[in-house]
Write a protein that binds this ligand. Structure first.
Ligand code: SF4
Length: 284
């Protein structure tokens, strides 16, 4: 099972997104997928190119809309494993509405955000994840806004799988993506993926200095939501590992009548008169 294709990524040398690509490829192989079992749907941004760099079905969508497309793919073909992916600008600015609703819906897809705390593709503007005081050409005096806290937001929105990782921790990141792919419901994975070209603050060294691995915190229990929220607040969200997982809640698909019986992609959608009458009868 080889999820590498022959497309050479045009990310800058050293970009954190390379490791995320490698981790997705390894995790997909480790959970036993074949390239034609997987669909990778991405938005717009440097990280949005990832759907073209993995040997699978892929769709490079429009800005902030990877999640609606990914959810449509999953609803039409339950046999596909679906990964949605993009950057922090894509998912937490223009796409934030979709992010919150996909989380609370608990549809069985894995959403991987490459969080570099800046807009890289458009050459370095402040993003929703940039810290207060962050200086870019769009905020030359420093950002006066508060950064979005995606992990806390996800917990508040009813997420059943919330995790965070760092792109250089390839082993941990791969294991987290594997756990996300195996989770029955929406798995939300935020990955600190440094932009080496435009973000000179949140660098690899900065993350190494500031991140705490959850498995080094004594007594941490990822099934305890209250503890998860407290830990995030204590560590300013700079933690890595599986923050919270609830395996008891059914996924969206399990609750949709008829979903389990036949994928839409295999259904006979020919609308002859008899089929139409049957459909009408079902809704009467
Ligand atoms: Fe990566 Fe930044 Fe280069 Fe974009 S601009 S490819 S995010 S390093």
């Amino acid at each position: 099972k080889d999820f590498r294709n022959n497309v050479k990524p045009n990310w800058c040398p050293g970009c954190g997104d390379f490791s995320v690509q490698a981790a997705i490829q390894r995790a997909a192989a480790n959970v036993g997928l074949e390239p034609d079992n997987l669909a990778v749907i991405s938005g717009i941004g440097c990280s949005g190119r990832i759907s073209g760099y993995i040997k699978s079905y892929g769709f490079h969508g429009i800005h902030g809309r990877s999640l609606p497309i990914a959810q449509g793919v999953k609803m039409a073909n339950r046999d596909l494993t679906v990964i949605a992916s993009g950057g922090d600008g894509d998912g937490f600015a223009i796409g934030m509405g979709h992010t919150i609703h996909a989380i609370r819906r608990n549809i069985d897809i894995t959403y991987i955000v490459m969080d570099n705390q800046i807009y890289g593709l458009t050459k370095g503007q402040t993003s929703p994840r940039s810290a207060t005081g962050f200086k870019t050409k769009s905020t030359p005096e420093g950002s006066i806004e508060q950064a979005v806290s995606p992990m806390e937001l996800a917990l508040s929105a009813g997420a059943t799988f919330v995790a965070q990782s760092f792109s250089t921790d390839l082993k941990d990141l791969t294991a987290i993506i594997e756990a996300g792919l195996n989770h029955k419901g929406f798995s939300f994975i935020n990955v600190f993926s440094p932009c080496v070209t435009y973000n000179k603050i949140n660098t690899y060294d900065w993350f190494k200095e500031h991140l705490t691995k959850l498995n080094t915190i004594e007594g941490y229990d990822s099934s305890n939501k209250e503890l998860a929220m407290q830990t995030l607040m204590q560590h300013d969200s700079l933690v890595t590992g599986i923050i919270y997982q609830d395996t008891s809640r059914p996924s969206y698909q399990e609750l949709v009548p008829g979903y389990a019986e036949e994928p839409l992609t295999k259904a006979d959608l020919t609308l002859d008169q008899a089929h139409f009458d049957k459909l009408v009868a079902e809704f009467m």
